[in-house]
Design a protein around this ligand. Structure first.
Ligand code: XMP
Length: 181
């Protein structure tokens, strides 16, 4: 699997250290307030598991399943909600976690849905933020790393369902994208 990777963008040690700081900042932001974490599946799974273990406070975890890439390396432009029911966030403070902020459509669409569900306050956190113009007007409150506009995998992020279990964030070889395994 590692052979399919052209370059490592962010290695394991760097992610570990950054997560320590990120967790501290989020705890400060919520400042003793009880909150529910809403994880956007599946990409934010690995990041969230590591981040929340650095936050030894009472919190609940809910998941929301959306899709916008459909096996490609560019957003389809449409965010599909795959669950029959949305997380019960009415009147609650929410920490919304995603793997990456790219076009912004996902974070904007999920944030909107949670507000419609009556969430009292929503703060967002992403592992990665692509520095580019967004299709939807949204930014994350907490960002792990800013990266350029290239397709990345690993640490939860996939290409056609694979590579989520790589311990680092990297870029795939062009030939893998052209001829997927
Ligand atoms: P948007 O464009 O809605 O993107 O901000 C958010 C969702 O799209 C997926 N995404 C990626 N997945 N490598 C991936 O593996 C990428 O470079 C990438 N960019 C966006 C991801 O699921 C994210 O939640």
């Amino acid at each position: 699997m590692h052979d399919d990777v052209e370059k490592v963008l962010i290695d394991e040690d760097v992610i570990e250290k950054r997560l320590d700081v990120l967790a501290e900042c989020i705890l400060e932001e919520f400042c003793g307030r009880k909150f529910v974490v809403v994880v956007i599946l599946k990409g934010a799974l690995v990041f969230t598991a590591d981040l929340l273990r650095r936050m030894p406070i009472p919190l609940e975890i809910e998941c929301i399943n959306v899709a916008s890439y459909h096996g490609a390396t560019e957003s389809s432009g449409q965010v599909d909600f795959l669950d029959a029911k949305l997380p019960p966030v009415g009147g609650r403070s929410v920490l919304l976690i995603d793997d990456i902020l790219d076009t912004g459509r996902t974070l904007a669409a999920v944030g909107q849905k949670l507000r419609e569900q009556g969430a009292e306050m929503i703060k967002s956190c992403v592992l990665l933020c692509k520095d580019k113009e967004r299709a939807a007007e949204v930014e994350a409150d907490h960002v792990g790393f800013h990266i350029g506009d290239e397709f990345v995998v690993g640490y939860g992020l996939d290409f056609r369902g694979l590579y989520r279990n790589l311990p680092f964030v990297g870029v795939l070889k062009e030939k893998i994208i052209r001829n997927p395994p």
